[in-house]
Design a protein around this ligand. Structure first.
Ligand code: ADP
Ligand code: ZN
Length: 639
């Protein structure tokens, strides 16, 4: 469900914003003109949802606030009008690395783009200023702190500015997770440039953040877009967590050559997993906030350039990763909340090719995270964090479409009964009745007086012969050994599950003591069943049966490359890497995986046939066309 404001442009109070003048002709643009520009510049034949309206409104001189998920195609929403408008579009972007990537990628499509930030030498900066003054830039990327500099404002005023675009606009809001004090100075834009339209973009959806952006940028009657947060090309799956490093390795071996991210909760776990994978021959690098900045940057770059297959990271690895061909995101530990999970998995498949998101889940993660949350001082904050963690556990353990659950978190209802692209909808996960086991656990808890943590309760259930059990006489109680038919791991995760679903609570004291809650009574009395999911039962990851109901938007699961000529794909990928090194840009910037896949399907052997491939615009045809066509021909002759 998307709420889209489609009112006609009515200027609000204050000075009326002026329609942007286009290079082609003045006063509005036709749809054909837009499509032609889209196709020539980017090589795409159609707009993604909302892109066209946003571009049109910017060109008509209206402010815009666009909330679109990662991979929704936000850059194009301002790059295309920047290309079409007379004058320079000024883009405010929070990170130097992000700016550089954006400029490189715009230049790959022959746009005149440059950035101004602290990484430039004086001479380089002067050159950019000169280009700004002589009107030869389509796009100028800048960091927000420039707006606090009078000399910079003066230069902008002396130049011809088409519009302003604020990227990652949630950085303006203290409610957002990436608040940047520097962004506060952006309220100066409206003051100094009352007639220039401002377009703000973010992937953060909360209402509080949205209101903050509107207010801080003083947007006037903006065209507002809230795109669906559904990512149709992502396959969501939860697998039982056992020997997680070995499970990760097995997964990676099934996905040879595919770039992916592995998230872990702690820095120690990151180091351990990265070392383990490296020792097994997987090119993997660690990333966390404890590493020196240089090393972090180097590791991110190696990943971008397809030199390392895998990054093992904490959540510090996030904003600024533009790599479009991330084919999987694995969570080796339970994330703290669904919002984080969505943002992290969202880094997969920006090129909209099918990608996998697998969460390895064991109930054992819950007590660990709870222990961590118990250290939060503020009672309200803590309650909220616990509630979010429980939601996360619900996501992993409920027999309900994963996609539906994620979207529900963003108050969006998923319209299809079967998404065809998660383990639940494809029948990979089965439920089993664990009512009897849950009752045993509850009873063991009651009989030991609700005074112990999970470890001891599990010992009692499996009938362990420990000093503590003997000292307390717990080997004499009725439930002692009643759960022998299952192992300790089973009971630990069952208890985690019961905690996550609120059947059990944890005491606030120094040691986590398990308590019964009111919610457990129906299960204890046999009035309600307690079902658990048995994960990973069905076939191979990400390969739904052909028979399941297909939604319109369903992802082609797996790597999506099954129907293509793998040998040709490998050749083209090799060529892409060579060219990337020559141009000094990451490979995905030359052509996305999706574009290479298209080439493998259609095998264009002429430049004009190549130009028909999605993602091949005029500039890239001219720059790389011959080499790709030759490679495809050579492959054809060999076959
Ligand atoms: P966001 O910033 O919203 O996360 P990007 O701007 O990075 O998304 O775009 C994600 C990917 O989608 C990029 O590889 C981009 O080239 C591609 N893309 C954007 N718009 C289109 C389109 N209309 N058709 C096909 N691909 C598109
Ligand atoms: Zn589903």
């Amino acid at each position: 469900m998307s709420r889209t404001d489609t009112e006609p442009a009515v200027p609000g109070e204050g000075e009326a914003p002026a329609a942007v003048q286009t290079k082609a002709y003045l006063g509005g643009v036709s749809e054909t003109l837009l499509h032609t520009a889209l196709n020539k510049t980017f090589g795409y034949s159609s707009f993604r949802p909302h892109q066209r309206e946003i571009v049109e409104h910017i060109l008509a001189g209206r402010d815009v606030l666009a909330i679109m998920p990662t991979g929704g195609g936000k850059s194009l929403c301002y790059q295309l009008p920047a290309r079409m408008a007379a004058g320079t579009a000024v883009v405010i972007s929070p990170l130097i690395s992000l700016m550089k990537d954006q400029v490189d990628s715009a230049r790959e499509n022959n746009m005149a783009a440059a950035y101004l930030n602290s990484s430039l030498t004086g001479a380089q900066a002067s050159q950019v200023y000169r280009k700004l003054q002589d009107g030869s830039l389509d796009l100028l990327y800048i960091s927000p702190e420039r707006f606090a500099m009078d000399s910079f404002i003066a230069s902008l005023k002396a130049a011809r500015i088409s519009f302003f675009a604020v990227d990652e606009a949630h950085c303006l809001s203290e409610w957002g997770h990436d608040f940047r004090p520097d962004y506060m100075s952006l309220s100066a834009i409206r003051r100094h440039f009352p007639r220039a339209p401002i377009a703000a973009f973010t992937a953060t959806a909360t209402n509080a953040v949205q209101q903050d952006i509107l207010a801080k940028l003083t947007l006037r009657n903006p065209f507002q877009v809230r795109a669906s947060f559904n990512r149709p090309n992502l396959f969501y799956e939860v697998r039982p967590k056992r020997e997680v490093d070995a499970q990760l390795l097995a997964f990676i071996r099934e996905h040879k050559d595919e770039p992916g991210i592995i998230y872990r909760t702690t820095r120690t776990a990151v180091e351990k997993t990265a070392a383990f994978l490296s020792a097994k021959g997987v090119k993997s690098l660690p990333y966390h906030a404890g590493l020196p900045q240089q090393e972090r940057e180097a590791n991110q770059e190696a990943f971008s350039n397809d030199e390392a297959q895998v990054v093992v990271a904490t959540i510090a690895f996030g904003m600024g990763i533009d790599k479009s061909n991330v084919r999987f995101v694995l969570h080796a530990d339970l994330p703290k909340n669904l919002e984080g999970y969505y943002q992290e998995t969202g880094r997969a498949g920006r090129d909209s090719d099918p990608s996998l998101c697998v969460l390895f889940y064991g109930g054992g993660d819950i007590p660990k995270l709870r222990h961590f949350l118990d250290q939060i001082q503020d009672a309200e904050d803590k309650a909220l964090a616990v509630q979010r963690l429980n939601q996360m556990a619900d996501f992993a353990s409920r027999n309900l479409c994963r996609r539906r659950q994620i979207l529900a978190y963003f108050e969006e209802e998923y319209p299809e009964p079967n998404c065809g692209s998660c383990d639940i909808c494809t029948g990979k996960a089965e439920t089993s009745d664990a009512t009897r086991e849950a009752q045993m656990a509850l009873s063991a808890l009651v009989r030991t007086g609700e005074r112990f943590g999970a470890a001891h309760v599990v010992d009692v259930l499996v009938g362990a012969d420990t000093q503590k059990v003997r000292d307390l006489g717990h080997d004499k109680i009725k439930t002692y050994g009643a759960g022998k038919h299952k192992d300790k791991g089973y009971w630990r995760s069952l208890i985690g599950e019961m905690l996550g679903r609120g059947l059990l609570g944890l005491d606030d004291g120094p040691y986590p003591v398990l308590k019964l809650t009111a919610a457990c009574l129906p299960v204890l009395q046999g009035k309600e069943k307690f079902e658990i999911l048995e994960l990973g039962k069905g076939g191979k990851a990400g390969k739904p049966d052909a028979s399941d109901a297909a939604g319109k938007d369903r992802a082609r699961a797996g790597s999506g490359a099954e129907d293509i000529d793998q040998e040709l794909f490998a050749r083209l990928r090799g060529l892409r890497k060579t060219l990337a090194q020559r141009q000094n840009v990451p490979p995905y910037m030359i052509f996305s995986d999706r574009t290479l896949h298209d080439m493998c399907r259609n095998k264009p052997v002429t430049l004009s046939a190549l130009r028909e491939i999605s993602g091949v615009g005029d500039a890239k045809r001219d720059r790389y066309g011959i080499e790709f066509v030759q490679e495809i021909r050579a492959h054809g002759e060999k076959a």
